[in-house]
Design a binder for this molecule. Structure first.
Ligand code: ATP
Ligand code: MG
Ligand code: FE
Length: 351
């Protein structure tokens, strides 16, 4: 079966087509530029943009795959977590297609999509595998067995801000353009990562509960204070050095904890996913540290790290092939869904 995946949880409208673990085509439209003047995603604007982009994006994905609507054998859609208005648009569209074609519908967890994105490039996930998920809204270390059958075990989550959020907020204070993550990455190229010694929160903690937990709000504050101090003293802000040092602190904490978690749980594969997995220093440091620890590292290609429909289709394809029960057509959204299962309808789990 060809599975159509629909993503609309935030500011990207994505459609992807996957069959038997293979990506056939995908397209993404982003309303990012429309949010730039507000410095963050405006939910109402995002929802309207999804209405506008839904049909063209689905058509583009089909064109890229050389398929037509009638080739679609199942539909998977993000039902949470995310912005409710934005999720509603994708779900309504997905239901319409599933109903019109009389094909099964699956409600998928957005973050399971981020995890599954990697399978489109590197094949099935080894079981178990360690997953570091780092995005705009989440930062977690997960122990994953069968992604669509077993519950996902959280070894640690962020206690406050997500890593992406930290980049986005500090970028604003540094006067860098929106969105902040990619801007920090670019600015850091010309900077010295040892210029400022920012804190490494929750590393070396003796508290067992926090060994694999993260905290980025203190780091954010430290970076903001560093910038304010320069301004107060009338000195020019060395943005490149600040960006490189901040990026180093984030990448150091993320990769150190991820490698430690692999060692402790005797897991030989680490998968780094989510928007921040696109960060060049995170990728570089993860490679170095995994190589010296004898851990196999997998990171999705850049275009599949940030939000897209292909990753949702990838989860749908796994659900179809595992014989999971489809969702009823009265499926609804769950804007704050916890990440325990990839499928957001209980009946779809463990056939
Ligand atoms: P979530 O998946 O948690 O619901 P989201 O969907 O908004 O959140 P993603 O699309 O996965 O998040 O990722 C967006 C985040 O990734 C933003 O915070 C963005 O700044 C960050 N990001 C993207 N590219 C880079 C980069 N090169 N370096 C650092 N951060 C980046
Ligand atoms: Mg986005
Ligand atoms: Fe995301």
């Amino acid at each position: 079966r060809v599975v159509l995946g629909i993503e609309s949880s935030c500011d990207e409208t994505g459609a992807g087509l996957v069959r038997d673990g293979r990506l056939l085509g995908h397209a993404v439209a982003s309303s990012m530029a429309e949010h730039a003047r507000y410095g963050g995603v405006v939910p109402e604007i995002a929802a309207r943009a999804h209405v506008h982009s839904f049909n063209p994006v689905v058509q583009q994905a089909l064109d890229q795959a050389g398929l037509t609507m009638s080739d679609i054998g199942a539909v998977a859609v993000t039902t949470g977590p995310g912005l409710s208005g934005a999720l509603q648009v994708g779900l309504a569209g997905a239901k319409g297609i599933a109903y019109a074609l009389d094909v099964p519908l699956y409600g998928v967890h957005h973050l399971a999509g981020h995890v599954a994105a990697d399978t489109l490039e590197h094949g099935p996930l080894p079981e178990p595998c360690m997953v570091l998920i780092v995005s705009g809204g989440h930062t977690s270390l997960l122990l994953v067995r069968d992604l669509v059958r077993d519950p996902i075990l959280h070894l640690g989550d962020t206690l406050d801000d997500a890593a992406g959020e930290c980049f986005d907020k500090v970028a604003r204070v540094f006067g860098l353009p929106y969105p902040g993550g990619p801007a920090i990455d670019r600015a850091a190229r010309d900077g010295d990562r040892k210029a400022v010694s920012f804190p490494r929160p929750l590393t070396g903690t003796r508290d067992e509960r926090h060994r694999f937990a993260f905290s980025f709000s203190g780091l954010k504050t430290a970076a903001a204070r560093w910038a304010e101090q320069h301004r107060a003293e009338g000195r020019e802000l060395p943005v490149a050095d600040g960006a490189a040092s901040l990026q180093e602190a984030v990448a150091d904490v993320l990769t150190r904890k991820a490698v430690d978690a692999c060692r402790e749980h005797d897991v030989s594969t680490l998968i780094v996913v989510g928007g921040v997995a696109a960060n060049s220093r995170v990728r570089e440091l993860a490679e170095q540290r995994c190589r010296s620890a004898g851990i196999t590292l997998r990171v999705p290609p850049l275009g599949l790290c940030t939000d897209n429909g292909a990753m949702i289709a990838a989860v749908g394809d796994l659900l179809v092939r595992s014989g999971a029960e489809p969702a009823p057509l009265d499926l609804s959204i769950d804007p704050s869904a916890p990440l325990t299962y990839a499928a957001l309808t209980p009946a779809a789990r463990a056939p």
